[in-house]
Design a protein around this ligand. Structure first.
Ligand code: F6P
Length: 539
């Protein structure tokens, strides 16, 4: 990152540091137009950022000098850019609707991708039409997805986002936590004879998912008279690991596969999207892929100065590395996108939460930010105070739609009035002079003054539909990719989740041991283990 081109960026940041957004807008009547870009049904207004034309130019030059263009091509053409796992990164092939082949080691993956999607579609049609029947001959009404991380967050978020397109008679549930409460509360609501369990796990080795799946299997067999033949009618699997699926007792005929070149957090458009396809149907699913594909094409071909993912990536780096911002808020003004921040937490933080560069050295710069957020307007009555008047700089993405899926009175106008007003307030602030003119007593003026100059991106589309949804997710995927390249880190592995898993295995044995095990942890860990053992009547 520490190249000449980056030094020029830093210099230009210094030139813009003293400019307030209030003045920037006053001085340039074309500012909004100048800093607006469009793609795949989305308009990005990034004019309320601490940028100037010169700074944007330097940032784009830096991206070019960092070979971002070459890296994008390497991803789309199946090079093994996930170097620490020696894998290609080809989630874009899952939504490649161009008819062009995509090669991995000389093999075109597209026929396999299409074949799985066709099997998914046939299965979903059968379930949706009531042709697929449970063990006792009844149609499926309740679908329980058991998975975690990328095998949960994507489909759970998407089923919520695209609810208006869903078959409402099918009820969708998601179980992820190994805490039995999660599963137990879902099982209380579903009807065994009419329930389909989707066991979703890329590796099919994940403790949470396998534990929940086993308990679900036991529950189902218990309710349906113990005939193991019932499993074939009530359990399907989504995985890359056929052997483990078979070993678990699920017929491979009921398995939908994907490939090691699809990262878990990028897997929604793969078979991991099965619950979504069941909910919205194969045609709407295809429209979602169209949206993804449109954004993919834009990312691959548009000049960086008009490239939405690149612009978002560069702006994020401006604040993280130029201003020391530690977090980034995502604020969807649409209740259907309530789970988007949680989904983006994995996408962004598991991808770019790294401190070792691609040469194996400790980075000397800040990398991935903390991602957080809540749907508007709820956040306004909770944490916006800190964004407006706190001591930290928090760049925000405001995401909204011109039309509501649920037009009712003037709700939508009110929602969008807040959406627009917040970015205005954050950028423009309110001066002491304005306060005084309103008659605010002197003692209160410092409290009622808003510094402003707080950066926001506004992302606006006509409506939330499968296409705009797909495009939005691809936009964030490619933003994360852009930042990973520019920070010179590997975005597609997640070694940081391993240590805790290994230690949990050891602690589990110690918690369950019949007699007091010799404990060799630190004193705090030893005491916690003993406290738990005592609570369970073990010494
Ligand atoms: O522990 C992290 C992780 O490996 C994620 O990257 C992944 O999405 C999740 O676990 C679930 O993994 P799997 O789909 O293999 O069960």
């Amino acid at each position: 990152m520490h190249t000449e081109a980056w030094q020029s960026v830093l210099q230009e940041i210094d030139n813009t540091r003293s400019i307030h957004l209030r003045d920037a807008f006053a001085e340039d009547p074309r500012r909004a137009e100048r800093f607006t870009a469009r793609a795949a049904g989305w308009t990005l207004d990034y004019s309320k950022n601490r940028i100037s034309p010169a700074l944007m130019k330097r940032l784009v030059e830096w991206a070019e000098a960092s070979n971002l263009r070459g890296e994008i091509e390497a991803m789309f053409t199946g090079q093994p850019i996930n170097a620490t796992e020696n894998r290609a990164v080809l989630h874009t092939a899952l939504r490649n609707l161009s008819g062009e082949p995509v090669l991995v080691n000389g093999h075109d993956v597209m026929p396999d991708v299409r074949a799985v999607r066709e099997r998914m579609a046939a299965f979903c049609e059968d379930v949706r039409r009531g042709v697929w029947r449970g063990h006792t001959g009844k149609p499926i009404r309740d679908i329980v997805n058991i998975g975690i991380g990328g095998s949960d967050l994507g489909p759970a978020m998407a089923c919520e986002a695209l609810k208006p397109y869903a078959k409402r008679s099918l009820r969708l549930f998601f179980v992820s936590n190994i805490d039995a409460t999660h599963l137990a509360e879902v099982l209380r609501q579903v009807r065994p004879e009419q329930t389909l369990f989707i066991i979703a796990s890329k590796t099919f080795t994940t403790q949470e998912t396998l534990t929940n799946a086993l308990s679900a299997r036991q529950w189902l067999l218990g309710r349906l008279g113990g005939d193991t033949a019932a499993v074939a009618r009530h359990f399907v699997a989504v995985s890359t690991n056929r052997q483990k699926v078979e070993a678990f007792g699920i017929d491979p005929a009921n398995m939908f596969g994907f490939w090691d070149w699809v990262g878990g957090r990028y897997s929604l458009p793969s078979a991991i999207g099965l619950p979504l396809m069941l909910a919205i149907g194969p045609r709407a699913f295809e429209r979602m892929l169209k949206g993804y594909h449109a954004m993919d094409k834009h990312f691959r071909t548009a000049p960086f100065e008009r490239n939405l993912p690149v612009i978002l990536g560069l702006l994020g780096i401006l604040y993280a590395n130029g201003y020391g911002a530690e977090t980034h808020a995502v604020l969807p003004y649409d209740q259907y996108l309530a789970r988007l921040p949680a989904y983006l937490q994995q996408l962004d933080m598991e991808s770019n939460g790294k401190s070792i560069d691609r040469q194996g050295q400790r980075v000397r710069h800040t990398t991935g930010p903390i991602i957080w957020g809540e749907p508007g307007t709820n956040g306004q009555h909770a944490f916006y105070q800190l964004i407006h008047q706190g001591t930290r700089l928090i760049p925000c993405d405001f995401i909204g739609f011109c039309r509501s899926q649920n037009p009712m009175g003037d709700h939508h106008e009110k929602l969008m009035a807040n959406f627009i007003a917040q970015t205005e307030a954050l950028a423009m602030g309110k001066t002491a002079i304005q306060c005084r003119a309103e008659g605010v007593p002197d003692a209160l003026i410092p409290h009622k003054t808003f510094e402003g100059n707080r950066p926001t991106n506004t992302l606006l589309a006509d409506e939330l539909n499968p296409q705009t949804f797909g495009a939005l997710i691809a936009l964030y995927e490619h933003k994360v990719f852009t930042q990973g390249i520019l920070w010179n880190i590997f975005s597609f592995d997640q070694w940081g989740v391993e240590l805790g898993k290994v230690l949990a295995g050891k602690v589990l044995e110690e918690l369950k041991a019949e007699t007091t095990p010799p404990l060799s942890h630190d004193a705090s860990t030893n005491a916690l283990i003993m406290r738990l053992r005592q609570a369970q009547g073990r010494t």
